[in-house]
Design a protein around this ligand. Structure first.
Ligand SMILES: Nc1nc2c(ncn2[C@@H]2O[C@H](COP(=O)(O)OP(=O)(O)OP(=O)(O)O)[C@@H](O)[C@H]2O)c(=O)[nH]1
Ligand SMILES: [Mg+2]
Length: 379
């Protein structure tokens, strides 16, 4: 039922563009040293294509692998397969973003080249998108999804922890997935793309403000050929990326959560320091004062590095003086709040808790809006 005609106006590639009754799709695949996998990937995608439900093209975004990938694609002589050699701004996430920008089609799919992701699932994912999903995610962890048997405990745990950390951002069951589909219009609505590391799906879900994210269970196979490019460094980048996305999505709330987490860690440091100083034989009052100073320094440096990292370029001396002043005034706010509630509230501990909360919020507000105020955002 597909009619094709020659057209050079609306397609990314000169040649034939489909004017068809079926939706048009671009499959974007980032590649780096995947020459052994490419023939298999193309063959399996060809089967999906020939089912005829979608007009499908494949764009391989290759970071100049020089492993024969470009020659192989040229030798295929398949007009629906294109390889783009990238020499600048390398990296998986930018390869994907650039590939998505090249498409002129209705629907977009992103997947790996290593045959971990079953191309046969693409129609189901596209159907979910056509039925209203903003993003359809090929998920290993949704009901019915599976992974290769030899996934060790570490890899499994790693994936689960990563999913849990992303939960406040999106409830998708497999946020680390590299296999997903969306409309091009959804992608085009996204702004401020600024991914760190490997996990472009989360970036797209948040920055395209996707609401309905649908899981499509998949069997995730181990890569057949070639080597994994996923390193421990990438895992650290993932945490860094999550932090950026939290700040993007939750703004001041994310600063507050970081501030509170630093506060809790400061309490632990205070107790540790106190124990250590007492054990070292310091007099009690010196130990108490020493523990306070150590935990205050700890809190200051962590808040400057994380909670209010956008203000790192400004004078550390001024910030430190401001921080100590805010802590002291916070303590006074705590004191007067507790005292004024003392006779009103029956449980004195409750009065003290409200005092601590009032002091903490004062402290946060003073830090966030005065000492570490935003001049220009740099997430
Ligand atoms: N263009 C480009 N593609 C990359 C880069 N790093 C990885 N890729 C591709 O991105 C996809 C995912 O990379 P993988 O190494 O399979 O990472 P993974 O799936 O997390 O790990 P394994 O499947 O266990 O190897 C593959 O198609 C890679 O070829 C890169 O720097 N640039
Ligand atoms: Mg892979």
């Amino acid at each position: 039922m597909t009619m094709t005609m020659t057209d050079t106006t609306d397609s990314g590639e000169p040649g034939t563009t489909a004017i068809s009754s079926v939706p048009t799709v671009t499959v974007v695949v980032p590649t780096y040293h995947e020459v052994e996998n490419l023939p298999h990937l193309v063959a399996r995608l060809q089967l999906v294509r020939s089912a005829g439900a979608f007009e499908l093209e494949l764009i391989l975004m290759d970071d100049d692998s020089r492993d024969g990938s470009a020659e192989l694609v040229a030798s295929l002589g398949a007009p629906w397969v294109r390889l783009v050699t990238r020499k600048v701004n390398r990296g998986l996430s930018y390869a994907v973003l650039d590939g998505l920008k090249l498409s002129t089609r209705d629907l977009l799919v992103v997947m790996d080249a290593d045959l971990s992701h079953p191309p046969e699932k693409i129609p189901e994912m596209l159907a979910a998108v056509l039925n209203g999903a903003d993003v359809a995610v090929g998920s290993r962890f949704a009901e019915g999804g599976t992974t290769a048997d030899d996934w060790g405990l570490f890899r499994w745990l790693n994936s689960r922890v990563a999913t849990l950390l992303a939960f406040p951002l999106t409830s998708v069951s497999d946020p680390m997935s590299g296999f997903f589909a969306m409309r091009r219009s959804t992608f085009m609505s996204g702004q401020d793309f600024n991914p760190v590391g490997y996990k472009i799906l989360l970036e797209l879900i948040i920055k395209c403000r996707s609401k309905l994210v649908v899981d499509v269970p998949i069997h995730f196979d181990n890569r057949r050929y070639g080597e994994s490019k996923l390193s421990f460094r990438e895992q650290l980048r993932y945490v860094q990326h999550l932090r950026r996305l939290y700040i993007y999505k939750y703004g001041t709330w994310s600063h507050l959560v970081q501030f509170l987490l630093v506060g809790v860690s400061g309490l632990a440091i205070n107790l540790l320091a106190l124990t250590a100083l007492l054990a070292a034989g310091f007099p009690e009052k010196t130990a108490i004062a020493g523990a306070i100073v150590i935990s205050m320094l700890w809190n200051f440096f962590l808040n400057r590095r994380f909670s209010f990292s956008y203000a790192r370029e400004r004078s550390i001396v001024k910030q430190f003086i401001g921080f100590v002043a805010a802590c002291s005034i916070g303590a006074i706010v705590n004191y007067f709040t507790t005292v004024s509630l003392w006779n009103i509230i029956h449980y004195k501990q409750l009065a003290a808790i409200v005092g601590v909360l009032a002091g903490t919020f004062f402290n946060f507000a003073a830090n966030r809006f005065v000492i570490f105020r935003i001049k220009h955002i740099k997430a």
